[in-house]
Design a protein around this ligand. Structure first.
Ligand SMILES: Nc1ncnc2c1ncn2[C@@H]1O[C@H](COP(=O)(O)OP(=O)(O)O)[C@@H](O)[C@H]1O
Ligand SMILES: [Mg+2]
Length: 243
């Protein structure tokens, strides 16, 4: 469904992505993990056309999307929830979702309704200004807004960062529910345990290159790769991980 091939990207003279290869199949939750500064967020921005590619290609649903404008890419069915969440604080929860559903012809009032009902905590607060929500609820709203555009694939950039455990569980349930509803997911996640518990396939990014790709079993069979590229703590989590 989504494929990156040999993607390079720069910020000015800084070469940040060094030939990223990555695929997300339809119906999958793909997890992109890596240390701070590895280039995870830049990869998502390159997919969305926010950071230009210096080389390589991005294909979505069989068509090249690199070089396209961000709104064109979104209209093809790719939704992105950035790290900073960016909800409209003065608008209510329901209005935030409605605006997102109206932004593209892919979606209608029915999609807005489904998105509002996606997280029970949002439905209860549908008339509250988004600025009054907790950090976790704002993250739910950011995800619901993305889903309101009726995407085929949703990309989440560290959705559980800084959230309390109960909120992490709600976001986790939302990620699984997205897949259950037929929306593929590309998840960037620092919470390695969470990634392990939801991911169908894993990509480890290190200094702008994918150094590992595989299933959880394959990841567990390669602890040295994890300790080298994610740290010893993560390797330990992996060895102790069980369903
Ligand atoms: N807007 C920017 N301008 C210049 N350098 C940037 C910018 N954003 C990120 N970088 C640099 O690019 C590298 C990759 O960053 P990023 O993709 O945000 O990593 P990650 O999301 O994996 O933590 C880092 O070295 C970071 O400092
Ligand atoms: Mg990042």
């Amino acid at each position: 469904m989504l494929a990156l091939s040999g993607v390079h990207a720069h910020y000015g003279s800084a070469h940040v992505l060094h030939g990223v290869d990555l695929e997300v199949q339809s119906g999958q939750i793909a997890c992109l993990v890596g240390r701070n500064g590895a280039g995870k967020s830049t990869t998502l921005k390159a997919i969305m056309g926010i950071v230009p590619l210096s080389d390589g290609s991005v294909t979505f649903r069989g068509e090249r999307i690199d070089g396209r404008a961000t709104h064109v890419i979104a209209a093809r069915g790719l939704a992105w929830v950035p790290e900073d969440r960016r909800v409209f604080g003065s608008l209510s929860v329901a209005e935030n979702i409605r605006v997102a559903a109206q932004a593209t012809r892919r979606s209608n009032a029915g999609h807005a309704r489904l998105a509002l009902e996606f997280f029970p905590a949002l439905l209860e607060r549908s008339r509250h200004p988004a600025a009054h929500l907790s950090g976790g609820q704002q993250q739910m709203l950011a995800i619901a807004r993305a889903l309101a555009s009726n995407p085929d694939l949703i990309m989440l950039d560290e959705p559980t960062e800084g959230l309390a455990p109960s909120m992490v569980n709600s976001i986790r349930a939302g990620i699984l529910e997205s897949r259950a509803r037929g929306v593929s997911v590309l998840l960037v996640e620092q919470n390695f345990r969470l990634a392990l518990s939801v991911g169908d396939v894993f990509f480890v990014l290190s200094r702008g290159t994918v150094v590992f790709r595989g299933t959880r079993d394959e990841l567990q069979a390669a602890p040295e790769i994890i300790s080298e590229h994610l740290g010893i703590g993560r390797a330990k989590e992996l060895s102790q991980w069980h369903e």
